[in-house]
Ligand binder design. Structure first.
Ligand SMILES: [Zn+2]
Length: 367
């Protein structure tokens, strides 16, 4: 009798523990798969952005952003976070904070351009040095909003929007995301020019404060010039806004696909290791695989969160990226820990003998 009474709570506790454990696992699974996109409609509230031909930049930007969001929200594995969904003023640094706190995978800021000439077309910016005067002027116009913010002296630590030099300090934070930011920017521009047949002004770099605030791949899109009457009519129309939004959403989805195609590539045929830098006596080398995907990315440290050296291997249509190169398994484990600390949570050790991929166990035994 006593035993039975004892048994019930133990069983119940066991079941609770089991379900909690399973629940936890599933939650972890879901978390891993969800891709968070922060959509940032430029300006808002008492900052109209550019004003021309009877339209405000802030209104067009918000309308487009809400349409992009609607498209993306159709996907279960995409989470959309907005910096604003209404006509309100949001400080530039707060926009970055929203993205960082959401632990976002991507930050997309939407704007409209203006110029005293009859300029037209769309361009996408990633953070960098102002390559020329024109890029500087575009960034300057977008950065000017900080003077509408209270406490801007404190929040932007003496950043002088009139000085091209002051942007140099801004670029460092985004360096590690530059490769991915450019990857998305190219897709956006391709969609604008190929699918929408709009003038392609290209992928550019300049010092946008809003892009500096984020710790993830980030782009700023100048969808078009509201100072150009034809382009303004297009951007102000429902057709124009929904087409632009659909193409931005399409580029984001494409980008995500490429990034997440880095799973289940192990059964692909291997080609010999192109990295012949180190040939150990036993012929065995360990590396740490940090990423793989359909896109070829330059194996440079700035594309891999500062990890160096990165080597590249093509297997079928998939590119694999490895960190380090060592004959010592303990050293490889150290490299793996480093990669994980840099955010490559799934980083794992791979082994080669004379350029042929072998199992890690085999490599360790053979030594
Ligand atoms: Zn703007």
């Amino acid at each position: 009798m006593i035993r039975k009474i004892w048994l019930i709570p133990v069983l119940v506790a066991g079941l609770v523990w089991l379900s909690a454990f399973r629940g936890g696992n599933e939650e972890k699974e879901v978390k891993k798969k969800v891709f968070t996109v922060v959509l940032d409609a430029g300006h808002g509230g008492h900052d109209p952005g550019k004003v021309a031909n009877g339209v405000n930049e802030k209104d067009i930007a918000l309308d487009i952003v809400l349409r992009i969001g609607k498209e993306l929200e159709k996907y279960d594995d995409i989470k959309v976070v907005y910096t604003r969904k209404t006509d309100k003023f949001v400080n530039l640094y707060v926009r970055g904070k929203i993205a960082n706190e959401a632990n976002a995978d991507l930050f997309v800021s939407v704007h409209c351009n203006a110029h005293h000439s009859n300029a037209s077309g769309s361009e996408t910016y990633v953070l960098g040095l102002h390559a020329n005067r024109q890029n500087f002027e575009v960034a300057k116009a977008e950065n000017e909003v900080i003077y509408l913010e209270e406490n801007h002296e404190a929040n932007y630590a003496g950043y002088d929007i009139n000085s091209p030099e002051s942007v140099i300090g801004l670029t460092i934070m985004q360096e590690e995301f530059l490769g991915q930011s450019i990857q998305l920017a190219k897709k956006l521009q391709d969609n604008f020019s190929v699918k929408l047949k709009r003038k392609n002004r290209g992928v550019k770099q300049a010092g946008f404060i809003v892009l500096h605030q984020t710790f993830m791949p980030s782009v700023l899109i100048e969808t078009g010039f509201i100072t150009n009457k034809t382009e303004k009519s297009y951007l102000a129309s429902t057709k124009g806004k929904s087409e632009v939004a659909a193409n931005i959403a399409g580029a984001i989805i494409e980008y995500k696909k490429e990034l997440t195609s880095n799973i289940a590539v192990d059964d692909l045929p291997l080609i010999p290791d192109p990295d012949t830098g180190v040939v150990p006596a036993s012929g065995v080398v360990f590396k740490v695989q940090v990423a793989a995907g359909a896109n070829r990315i330059e194996p440079k440290r700035y594309n891999f969160r500062g990890l160096d050296p990165i080597s590249l291997e093509q297997a079928g249509s998939v590119y694999r990226y490895f960190y380090g190169n060592t004959t010592n398994y303990e050293e490889a484990r150290k490299l793996q820990r480093e990669a994980k600390e840099k955010g490559y949570k799934e980083a794992y050790i791979v082994a080669y003998r004379n350029g042929e991929r072998i199992s890690v166990d085999e490599a360790r035994k053979g030594r």
